[in-house]
Structure formats: C-alpha cells, structure tokens
Design a protein around this ligand. Structure first.
Ligand SMILES: NC(=O)c1ccc[n+]([C@@H]2O[C@H](COP(=O)([O-])OP(=O)(O)OC[C@H]3O[C@@H](n4cnc5c(N)ncnc54)[C@H](O)[C@@H]3O)[C@@H](O)[C@H]2O)c1
Ligand SMILES: [Zn+2]
Length: 363
C-alpha cells in the first residue's frame, strides 16, 4: 500500500492507494458519531459489498447508504438537495462523516453535500475510477447548473482518500482512457515527470497492475504537491488545467457524456502542445509522441472533425478561466515546465487548423 500525505491550509490528510485500501476505513471513522455513504448506484451494484464488509469490520454495519445516478447525472441541484435531505434523515450531525463511493462525479456531489451540510462536515473519498486519482485529491467539489459544468461548488478537503485499486478492474475501456489521460497530464506538467518514457512504453491493452499503480501514485504526488502550494488556484494550480480549455470545448460540443472527460482532454493536450510549438517554440517531438500514444490507445481524436473551430472557440470563451475575451492557456515550452500564456483568436485558429491537419481531418 502506498501512502501520500496532502498538506493544505484547511487540513492535512492521507491518501492510501493499493489493493484492499478500503479495508483501512475504520482508521478514519473513530471520532464519527454517525457515518453515511453516498454512492454511485452502478458502483454500489458492482462493488458495494466490499465497502459494506469494510464498514462492518469497523463496527459500522448500521451505516445508511444513499444511491445516486451513475456518473455525471448525479451532479445536479436536485440530487444535491436529495443528498442534504438524506443526511438529515440519517441523523448526521457536525460530528458525522460522509463516505463518497464512486468516480469523480459522485465524489464531487458527495464532497459538495458534505461541504454544505451544517456548513461543513467530514468526508472520505473512496474513488473507484482512474480519473478520480485526480478528482479525489485537492478539495474541489461541486455540481453542474443547466447553463454550465461545475458552476456551483466549494473547496472542501476530504479527511482521507482510500483508493482501492482492486475496484478498477471493472472499468470499461473508455473510462480507462479517460483516467489515464489525466495521468499523462500529470507526467507532462511535472518537472519530475517521465512523460516521454510513458508515451513510448504504455499500452492500455497490456498494462499490468504495477504499471497502473505506478502512474496513479505518481499522478497523485504531482497533484498533492501542487495543491499543497496553491490550494485555491491563485497560481501553480492553474497548471493542472493543461489541455482543459480546448478539451472542455470538445467535451461540451460533443454534449456532456458524448465523450469522456479525459478523452476530450487528450485532444486538448495535443492542441495545447501545438499552441506551445507555435507560441513558444516547443519541440514538435513531444506532440508527435503524444499523438502516436493516443492513436495506439484508441482515443477518438478524429471526432474533432464534427466540431468546427467557431463552435469550439465559442465554448472556450465561456471557460471559467477566460477573462474579458482573452483566452489563457497552459503551455509547455519544455517537458515538465508549464507556464500561462495568452492567445488571441487568430493564434487559436491557427493551432486548431494545424491540429486538424495532423489528424488528417482538415476539410
Ligand atoms: N474535483 C475535481 O478536482 C475534479 C477533477 C477532475 C474531474 N472532476 C469531475 O469528475 C467527473 C468525472 O469523473 P469520472 O471520470 O471518475 O467519471 P464518473 O464518476 O462520471 O464515472 C464514469 C462511469 O464509470 C462508472 N464507474 C465508476 N467506477 C467504476 C468501476 N470501478 N467499475 C465500473 N464502472 C465504474 C460510473 O458508474 C459511471 O458510469 C466529472 O464530473 C468532472 O467534472 C472533478
Ligand atoms: Zn480534468
């Protein structure tokens, strides 16, 4: 079992990663007068018995469960309200602990429900997707509004993260691609990263447990280090948005759920690398390596052909990180050394055109 310590101004907490990590849940429930689980219903159906057993082993066999719709569908005002009502009816007080059991969507909802209930109670993240190595650490929680993704939320750090990698075995291929895209991102933006090695060697169809664990742990370390320095995204935390401006635009254009978050971010990272070549003289070798890696691993890169630049640019302007019509991108002039850079419309268009050319979808 690997253990990573995250230190923020709000609190310090453990992230425990490895097979069987759920079995340690009792270590984090000692002071809780009541425990309540908020779980993704699909995950509860597949793996719920493991958490139930772990809770029973910790003397918490009477824990109430609240099942929310699988994936993104739970991140609504309505389910947020339902979760508040559940916590009240479950008899939760300020001394109670919520357990989030599911992927990033369930973690975001349960985290926000915990942040708001009685103005904030403890919660433990038990992530069940590869992507959630990113979302479960760092304390960003929230839900969607009809007009925009993640528009309502709070910073609320978990009291622990228990990441049981045994649960990842049941992930479908698109969720593996999605989560691994964030793992690639972490390697790319970190000065300690080994992105080029990863891009040459990793093939999802034959990735063993050790390799997966290695990239998950390494990604969490990168995120923990950045969040420890900048909890509220005033400075370096912005680098975690690498690939996300264009990626979010593709995700929105595809209609949320049409493409997974990480699949869209992979396209966004290719775009950001091309922009880095054009604006900072970055070496094309890295972009080519990322393109070969994502083609080999089945990322639906060519789907971008369905979304004209005008449409994507419209979405990019609505990005939370855009201010007064100027777009700010995380660029990578050199492996492991990101920086923030402005780009105007014409620069954005040129990079988009070059991306389409390289993907062979220029019309
Ligand atoms: N808070 C943050 O810092 C942060 C960071 C990145 C992403 N996010 C959010 O995370 C969400 C995406 O999270 P995600 O990619 O984990 O997807 P998800 O939570 O939407 O889950 C994807 C699908 O996988 C299923 N699933 C989950 N675990 C499974 C398992 N072990 N076996 C089989 N199926 C399983 C779910 O039921 C769902 O259908 C988005 O809402 C995004 O905004 C938050
Ligand atoms: Zn992301």
């Amino acid at each position: 079992m690997e253990e990573i310590r995250v230190s923020t101004t709000e609190r310090a907490y453990d992230v425990r990663v490895g097979p069987g990590a759920l079995g340690r849940i009792g270590d984090y429930l000692e002071g809780a007068d009541r425990v309540a689980v908020i779980a993704d219903e699909r995950v509860a159906g597949i793996h719920g018995d493991r958490l139930e057993q772990a809770l029973a082993g910790a003397g918490r066999g009477d824990t109430p469960w609240f099942l929310v719709p699988a994936g993104e569908a739970c991140k609504t005002v309505e389910w947020f309200g339902n979760a508040q009502q559940f916590l009240l009816e479950a008899g939760c007080t300020r001394k109670s602990t919520v357990i989030a059991f599911g992927g990033g969507a369930c973690g975001d909802l349960a985290g926000f429900a915990s942040a708001a209930y009685m103005r904030g109670i403890d919660f433990i993240q038990c992530p069940t997707t590869i992507l959630a190595h990113d979302s479960s650490v760092g304390g960003k929680t929230g839900i969607n509004l009809p007009g925009g993704k993640n528009m309502t939320g709070a910073f609320h750090q978990p009291s622990a993260v228990l990441y049981d990698t045994d649960l990842l075995e049941t992930l479908p291929p698109e969720e593996i691609r999605s989560g691994m895209a964030e793992a690639v991102k972490h390697q790319l933006i970190s000065p300690d990263g080994h992105a080029r090695d990863m891009l040459v060697t990793v093939d999802y169809s034959e990735m063993d447990e050790q390799t997966l664990l290695h990239y998950i742990v390494s990604g969490i370390r990168v995120k923990a280090e950045i969040v420890g320095r900048d909890e509220r995204e005033g400075s370096v935390r912005k680098f975690l948005n690498f690939g996300h401006t264009y990626g979010h635009a593709v995700e929105a254009a595809a209609g949320y759920g049409g493409m997974t978050h990480g699949e869209s971010v992979m396209i966004g990272m290719l775009y950001a690398l091309i922009l880095s070549e054009q604006l900072t003289g970055a070496d094309r070798g890295l972009t080519d390596a990322l393109q070969r890696f994502s083609e080999r691993n089945g990322y639906p890169l060519r789907s971008v052909a369905g979304y004209p630049f005008e449409q994507l640019y419209g979405y990019m302007q609505k990005d939370k990180k855009a201010s007064y019509g100027e777009l700010h991108f995380v660029l990578l002039p050199e492996d492991g050394h990101p920086l923030m850079n402005k780009a105007d419309r014409e620069q954005c268009r040129k990079a988009d055109e070059e991306l389409r050319k390289r993907l062979g979808v220029l019309t």
